[in-house]
Ligand binder design. Structure first.
Ligand code: HEC
Ligand code: HEC
Length: 210
């Protein structure tokens, strides 16, 4: 008698096929992004475009949705954030955002070199008191709280984003619930030196640059 493939195997094969097709779609969708973020999504400081490959696909998708909806990168945001919002709007729907996000989060590159001078020991104190409850020990992030991984992020980008939150260039939109939450937290750092210290601490949590 001819052996039939048990349905469970068939299902697995079909799923593998779907996953492969999505990989290819994600790679294609990423092509226009690489001119700023780099082939491995390692980032490019000269363009203000950050490393992305340390982030979860869920966070990347959520940020693309915010850019696309104007909750991030709106009229009050920096010109770079506005340029990024225009890019996010080239992705037709949530499925496309998810595809490119899954592709990005599977890429790899070493962390970028440290560029921000601060005191990591003082920064660690701030982190424990003000940040760790949401971003978790080791700054690996907490999915349930929508708080992203910070370990592995470019230090210049962490500094720029904390400043953007503090000045209201990010996290001010009334519909940006998680951004508003983070804006309130960024305001608890007493001054720019405290920002540099906490960033220097976060940079130490990243894997070493090559
Ligand atoms: C013209 C250059 C440029 C292109 C092209 C571009 N980006 Fe960006 N992207 C940026 C800049 C600049 C930022 C930082 C914005 C800011 O300062 O808030 C950014 C930020 C992001 C962020 C937020 C990361 C974080 O940690 O907050 C994501 C996600 C992202 N880009 C994904 C993409 C994807 C996906 C594409 C392709 C569809 C893309 N970008 C194309 C310049 C670009
Ligand atoms: C109440 C929870 C909470 C606390 C406490 C908190 N954060 Fe956040 N943080 C978030 C959330 C949620 C986001 C995502 C914001 C968004 O969706 O735009 C975020 C985003 C960020 C980002 C942007 C990262 C990126 O790649 O886009 C930085 C940088 C950051 N937090 C640093 C800090 C630092 C430093 C502290 C301590 C001073 C801190 N956070 C405290 C919840 C928190």
């Amino acid at each position: 008698m001819k052996q039939l493939l048990p349905p469970i195997w068939l299902g697995t094969l079909l799923l593998a096929g779907v996953a492969q097709a999505q990989d290819a779609a994600g790679e294609q969708r990423y092509a226009p992004c690489a001119s700023c973020h780099g082939d491995a999504a390692q980032g490019d400081q000269a363009q203000g475009a950050p490393r992305l490959n340390h982030l979860s696909a869920v966070y990347i998708t959520a940020q693309l949705e915010k850019f696309s909806a104007g909750q991030r990168g709106g009229a009050d945001a920096s010109p770079q954030a506005q340029a990024m919002a225009a890019m996010a709007r080239t992705l037709p729907d949530e499925q496309a955002m998810l595809e490119v996000a899954v592709y990005i989060s599977a890429l790899d590159s070493p962390a970028s070199p440290a560029t921000v001078a601060g005191d990591p020991a003082l920064g660690a104190d701030y982190y424990r008191q003000l940040c760790g409850a949401c971003h978790a020990a080791g700054a690996v992030g907490n999915k349930a709280l929508h708080s992203p991984r910070l370990a592995g992020s470019d230090d210049w980008y962490l500094q720029a984003q904390l400043e953007a939150f503090r000045s209201g260039q990010r996290g001010a939109h009334p519909d940006d619930r998680t951004g508003r939450q983070m804006r309130a937290m960024a305001a608890t750092l007493p001054d720019d030196q405290a920002v540099r210290n906490v960033v220097a601490y976060l940079r130490e949590l990243a894997e070493p640059a090559e």
